[in-house]
Design a protein around this ligand. Structure first.
Ligand code: TNX
Length: 512
């Protein structure tokens, strides 16, 4: 393969093309040297059936005399965690990976290089790759509240994350417009909170609504299935349970945890709503019980507790809140939010997990062990990093894939903003002005796909792809060339892979 034909994204750290190719036939074995690698081999076999209808055989013992695709973990590799060495020669292929996920990442590179032939064999050009990630948090988010996506669709989304070596899926499960995760102790969360009696249609300024009942939720069994599916692809799922704001759906089901007692309806329009959780002992018990069930379903060491856009109007007028502020010596409602988050943090920490929240959790004082997701810009992230808290960058200018990606005149209705493919490609997660020590607290970045104006999964694909492909290179590649023209060439070839899966990616960038 010539350099011009290279289509690997994210670009590997070191890459040397060689002559010849390996020919994969239905009798080729994928041979695992350890049980961990065997698990990856089995997942890869499933992926090859899905992608190429190709029945790759897997084994943990040598069968016959090869040729093999050999996979093994090796903790002594001089590579970052998750790195791998991939050697493709005419006599065989070898993937050696470093935990966590190195073998799988190597296999995803292999997948991108596979060229199916009409005779049902697959040709893979010879080369040697040595590779490893720059950041440990390589994230994509999906809002399933404003619009709901099926288990199958969420798995398709996870497939895309896996192909581009993302390792974190932030599942935004609760919001004003719908509560999407079954909680056994509080069935009304989904029975009532999972459904709304209409939805805003078109532009926000038009204030038009339909009156169609809309909703859905995931059962705990489905959640486990998705968690397992992601884990097999070395993707951790970070669940988000929003508090104290974006809580209208929960309060429609259980108004007793609000300041006024309600009643409330699940929100039909977009925006920020004034009724938020009231910090009573009963509310804390309610939220802790919910978090217990959430933590039992999600092994993630990090739990997202939201924290954004919580108007303080109700707290200002609430006798309980004002008395609590007096008792605790809290000078403002922002400090009351900080008190709220710190109590939740203490609880989550007591279960051995860490909380992450949107950058509003800095207001009124950051909880001692919290991680911060910086979305309103980079200032929150910079402040948190200086304060020695881990930060995931997600600034809306560069990482909001609900924004327009091209001239609004030619694009489907979006929330606003403008984040082109080139903007994402040129994004640098470590902001200037941080010292080396402070920069180490920027552990990665994430793009968010909020779905107010994204009504179906095809549209999710359109908004996410190829911007997420550009982000994958930002997050993974250590030798980023900042050569957008070269990236576009590789992208054009890389997208042929997605044609096979009928992914509805955007072509807007081709005319930019
Ligand atoms: C702000 S980002 C929100 C979301 C919206 C999004 C739309 C964040 C923490 N909160 O609730 O969906 O803007 O871009």
């Amino acid at each position: 393969m010539t350099a011009q034909e290279n289509r690997l994204i994210p670009a590997p750290a070191e890459w040397s093309p060689e002559t010849g190719s390996f020919n994969l036939t239905p009798t080729t074995f994928l041979l695992a040297r350890d049980m961990q690698a065997f698990q990856d081999a089995v997942t890869f076999r499933d992926i090859c059936i899905d992608w190429f209808d190709f029945p790759l055989k897997t084994a943990i013992k040598e069968i016959g005399s090869g040729p093999y695709i050999e996979v093994a973990y090796d903790s002594t590799l001089d590579l970052p965690d998750g790195g791998y060495i991939l050697v493709i020669a005419p006599e065989g292929i070898k993937v050696t990976g470093k935990a966590d996920g190195g073998v799988f990442h190597g296999l995803m590179s292999l997948l991108q290089l596979m060229e199916p032939k009409p005779d049902r064999t697959i040709s893979i050009p010879c080369q040697t790759i040595s590779d490893g990630p720059r950041f440990v948090w390589r994230g994509m988010h999906l809002d399933v509240c404003r619009h709901f996506f099926s288990v199958d669709e969420v798995k398709q989304y996870i497939d895309l994350l896996a192909l581009y070596k993302f390792n974190s899926f932030h599942w935004h499960l609760t919001d004003d417009q719908g509560w999407r995760i079954e909680i056994k102790q509080y069935p009304k969360l989904t029975e009532v909170g999972g459904w709304r009696n209409g939805t805003m249609v078109g532009r926000y300024s038009d204030q038009q609504y339909d009156s169609i009942r809309y909703g859905g939720y995931y059962t705990q069994e489905e959640i486990r299935e998705v968690v397992d599916y992601a884990a097999k692809r070395h993707i951790n799922i970070v669940p988000e349970i929003e508090m104290p704001g974006h809580a209208t759906a929960a309060l429609a089901a259980y108004p007793e945890f609000s300041c006024t007692g309600g009643p409330f309806e699940v929100a039909q329009g977009w925006g920020v709503f004034p009724d938020i959780f009231c910090p009573t002992e009963e509310t804390f018990t309610f939220l802790e019980n919910i978090l217990d069930e959430v933590m039992a379903l999600f092994p993630s060491s990090v739990i997202h507790i939201g924290g954004d856009e919580a108007p303080k109007d109700r707290w200002k007028e609430c006798a309980h809140c004002q008395a609590l502020m007096q008792r605790e010596g809290l000078a403002s409602e922002e400090e009351l939010q900080s008190y709220f988050v710190q109590r939740i943090e203490k609880y989550v920490n007591s279960k051995g997990r860490t909380i992450i929240g949107w950058d509003e959790i800095l207001e009124g004082g950051l909880a001692p062990n919290a991680m911060v997701m910086s979305w309103r810009g980079t200032e929150g992230g910079i402040a948190a990093a200086k304060d020695k808290h881990q930060v995931v960058m997600s600034p809306n200018n560069d990482c909001y894939f609900d924004h327009y990606q091209g001239d609004p005149a030619n694009e489907p209705l979006a929330i606003g903003g403008m984040t082109t493919l080139e903007d994402v490609y040129n994004y640098e997660p470590v902001p200037p002005g941080l010292s080396k020590e402070e920069s180490a607290f920027i552990i990665g970045a994430q793009a968010n796909v909020w779905t107010e104006y994204i009504l179906n999964f095809e549209h999710v694909e359109y908004m996410a792809v190829p911007r997420m492909i550009a982000l994958s290179e930002v997050l993974w590649s250590t030798n980023r060339k900042s050569n957008f023209d070269d990236f576009k060439l590789r992208l054009a070839r890389n997208l042929q892979l997605l044609d096979r899966q009928h992914v509805n990616y955007s072509r807007t960038w081709q005319t930019q």
